[in-house]
Ligand binder design. Structure first.
Ligand code: SF4
Length: 472
């Protein structure tokens, strides 16, 4: 599963469906994230109005992206920080490494950052003799297992408690091997004790950013563990790595979006910690870093502006579309083969790495529309998935069998009498074959469906026949 690419989605999905541990780990999503969000939304009558306001803020910021980014950068520099403009992942990795080398860093603590995953910063630091230590509990667990996050906000959601216990027993060999490791609270305490030493030893702390605030030059992170605060306050140097679309004009705007973010992500009214960072430590401050850097990453985002995929740049990485997606709920995040998964990943990944390298992902959807219905930023995910499918078709990236099927369908659709005749005959034939038990357990050309569930047999008249009858 690890090390796969988006092109292997179908094979990885099959492996995921056969993985008993993964199925057990993912089984409770409807009772947790989905139920938590529903309850939080029910308690806030103005939630729908807040979604509109949040969408409006991001649309405005994206329409004036250059203005707000320059304003943000000016305010960071005025506060004593430094902004590093990075066109791609190579530039961002080089900027982070140069800072770490200049200050002689040996250990770097990290708060959770998906941009860190996007630019593969851990691998780059390790290759250059610097040890990165993940401090978010989920990220810490998967770092011990040499895995990547499988969810935007719950990186270890693919693991059972038993698997995490085994991981800790294997990694923390200095502790009693017979200790019980079944209670998540005990494991959290164990991780905290281990991480405390890294927090104190770190020369540099790296965090992501949920928002960049133009009017103050502040960066904002939301966490539930407080690890982000220790990551950015204790080391001498704080590096924020963030993509350009995280910009919002004002503190008020960030507050508005924060109200939909936590509710959509975890069903909380607010995350436990919302931390604003504005420049390095000033005279009189009790704590804070001596240096404050913001590594601003484009990596293909400006190319999406003005296209039919621009709405994707409103995403605030809440994870709600993953939680509610019937495909994600069964195959998890690793099957998608890149940093981002679920419906938002199926749209964003082709946008960032190219449809040629991500071609199966837009098809990893039933088009049920659940993702769009819960997205706090009202991102039309199914519509954009359809656009990607059109691009796949135009560029001949779809399998020839599929193209032949579509060509046949197109021909029949242009010849309605033939269509009616063919569909009527096929319906009658299949109905007669399957009516005895009501469903097919296998069907030629539909093995992808019948391998996992029965195909209902046609029953009675077709839609066209019913429609004709109704009109008569
Ligand atoms: S697309 Fe919407 S629901 Fe999905 S992570 Fe982004 S903001 Fe959340």
């Amino acid at each position: 599963m690890l090390g796969s690419t988006p092109l292997e989605f179908k094979d990885e999905a099959k492996l995921a469906l056969a993985d008993a541990n993964l199925q057990k780990a993912l089984a409770g999503m409807d009772d947790t994230f989905v139920a938590w969000r529903a309850s939080a939304v029910e308690r806030l009558p103005e939630f729908e109005a807040l979604r509109d306001a949040a969408k409006g803020i991001k649309d405005h910021a994206l329409a004036n992206l250059d203005f707000y980014l320059e304003r943000f950068a000016g305010n960071v520099e005025a506060g004593g920080g430094k902004v590093h403009w990075c066109a791609d992942a190579d530039a961002a990795r080089a900027a982070v490494l140069a800072i770490c080398r200049r200050v002689g860093a040996r250990t770097v603590t990290k708060g959770k950052t998906m941009i860190g995953e996007e630019i593969a910063i851990n691998e780059h630091l390790e290759a250059n003799g610097i040890t990165p230590v993940e401090t978010d509990l989920g990220e810490y667990i998967i770092q011990l297992r040499h895995e990547t996050p499988s969810h935007l906000i719950a990186p270890a959601i693919h693991l059972t408690v038993e698997q995490v216990g085994e991981t800790f027993r294997e990694a923390h060999r200095d502790l009693d091997p017979q200790r019980p490791l079944v209670d998540p609270g005990d494991m959290l305490t164990e991780a905290r004790v281990k991480l405390r030493k890294s927090f104190l030893a770190a020369d540099v702390g790296i965090t992501g950013a949920n928002f960049l605030i133009a009017e103050t030059g502040s960066t904002v992170i939301v966490t539930n563990e407080g690890n982000g605060d220790l990551t950015q306050i204790l080391p001498r140097v704080h590096i924020v790595i963030a993509s350009i679309e995280k910009i919002v004009p004002t503190l008020n705007d960030a507050s508005t979006i924060l109200r939909v973010l936590a509710r959509s992500a975890t069903g909380q009214e607010m995350s436990v910690y919302t931390t604003f960072s504005t420049g390095p430590r000033r005279p009189g401050d009790l704590d804070g870093p001596e240096e404050f850097h913001v590594v601003l990453l484009d990596n293909g985002r400006t190319a999406l502006l003005g296209t039919e995929f621009a709405d994707m740049l409103r995403c605030i990485r809440c994870g709600a579309c993953l939680d509610h997606c019937p495909v994600y709920q069964k195959v998890g995040g690793h099957a998608y083969g890149w940093v981002y998964s679920g419906p938002m990943g199926a749209v964003l990944t082709p946008g960032l790495i190219g449809i040629e390298k991500a071609t199966p992902l837009p098809n990893a959807s039933t088009f049920c529309g659940r993702c769009e219905s819960v997205c706090p930023m009202r991102i039309p995910l199914p519509k954009m998935l359809r656009h990607w499918r059109e691009r796949e078709f135009e560029r001949h990236l779809t399998p020839s069998r599929y193209r032949a099927g579509m060509a046949l369908w197109g021909f029949l659709a242009r010849h309605p009498r033939l269509y009616r005749l063919g569909s009527g005959l096929a319906g009658r034939f299949l109905g007669a074959l399957g009516r005895r038990r009501g469903a097919f357990r296998s069907l030629p050309l539909a093995g992808g469906w019948t391998a996992y569930r029965d195909m209902p047999a046609p029953e009675g008249p077709s839609f066209q026949q019913l429609w004709a009858k109704r009109r008569r």
